[in-house]
Write a protein that binds this ligand. Structure first.
Ligand code: AMP
Length: 286
């Protein structure tokens, strides 16, 4: 596995591969890798000649009050996992090469960036869209792989790719979960053992809500109430940012269920913010 740290070298390498007819599949990550990330790597390897993964904790997607400095980092572990996972190139730039002095250009995907997580993390998706666009230009993939766990992120990226005519397939992969259903996340490492047990309430709540939708309940207000009650029954939860039923395209909250729905939750356990979601295909499931 080749390790590249300089954007220009990565770009020259990608150009060379493309000239030789090799398709590049790309998996962007912020490191502290787990089985969720590795599932994206497996999918990329299966569908492309060359697999590039990036590890970059992107400073511009963190609010000043957030955990940028404390965000878990495990460079050696990541390197080993990606090597074992069969990644061809690991791109690991530092902040100053991605954001040189006098960096002035940002990408904003309007409206959908302001909903759900965006309402609580004001410049988050601007930072995500900007770094992903940069990585796409540097790595020049045919396909890029993202996890459904960050559903809103996939919606923002798909929109950016469509609006800016980027010729890249965005592949959304299923959420990998622990045995009790908790979505794997680098931030789970922040949880102490009691908090870790409590965190399973997120998936229990989403599963229960999903059953309600499948049983034919169409009143989203009722489902939201049950979701909030279920979450609040867990005293370790310190705040609910949102929990409810959303339109997967617009991320708006419909009052009644008429098509497919996104059930989504963001909450805090102690100081740790966790998110998860499930999609319910109403036509298929009812
Ligand atoms: P992150 O390192 O958290 O920025 O995540 C990098 C990529 O891995 C994103 O596309 C995430 O959606 C994806 N990812 C994170 N956790 C999971 C998971 N549990 N299952 C599947 N994909 C995941």
């Amino acid at each position: 596995m080749e390790i590249i740290r300089i954007p220009k070298i990565m770009q020259d390498t990608a150009n060379g591969l493309i000239l030789r007819g090799k398709s590049i599949g790309f998996v962007p990550t912020m490191g502290a890798l787990h089985e969720g990330h590795l599932s994206l790597v497996r999918r990329a390897r299966a569908e492309n000649v060359i697999t590039v993964a990036s590890v970059f904790v992107n400073p511009i997607q963190f609010d000043p009050s957030e955990d940028f400095l404390e965000y878990p980092r495990d460079v050696e572990g990541d390197r080993e996992k990606l090597l074992q996972g069969g990644v061809d190139i690991l791109f690991m730039p530092d902040s100053s090469s991605m954001y040189p002095e006098n960096f002035l250009t940002y990408i904003e995907v309007e409206k959908i960036s302001d909903k759900l997580c965006g309402a609580f993390r004001p410049d988050h998706f601007r930072g995500v869209a900007t770094v992903v666009a940069k990585l796409f230009h540097i790595i020049r993939p045919v396909r890029a792989y993202f996890g459904q766990k960050d559903f809103q992120q996939t919606a923002v990226i798909k929109h950016m790719v469509r609006d800016l005519d980027m010729d890249i397939d965005i592949v959304v992969c299923p959420t990998m979960r622990e045995r009790d259903g908790l979505a794997m996340s680098s931030r789970n490492a922040y949880l102490d053992p009691l908090q870790r047990v409590a965190a399973a309430v997120i998936y229990r709540c989403l599963s229960e809500a999903s059953e309600m939708v499948k049983s034919g309940i169409i009143n989203t207000g009722h489902i939201k109430e049950v979701m909030r009650e279920r979450i609040l029954s867990q005293p370790a939860v310190s705040a609910i940012d949102y929990a409810g039923v959303y339109d997967p395209d617009t991320l708006d909250e419909p009052s009644e269920i008429t098509g497919d729905v996104l059930l989504a939750v963001a909450l805090k356990i102690g100081g740790t913010r966790l998110i998860d979601n499930v999609l319910v295909n109403v036509k298929k499931e009812r």
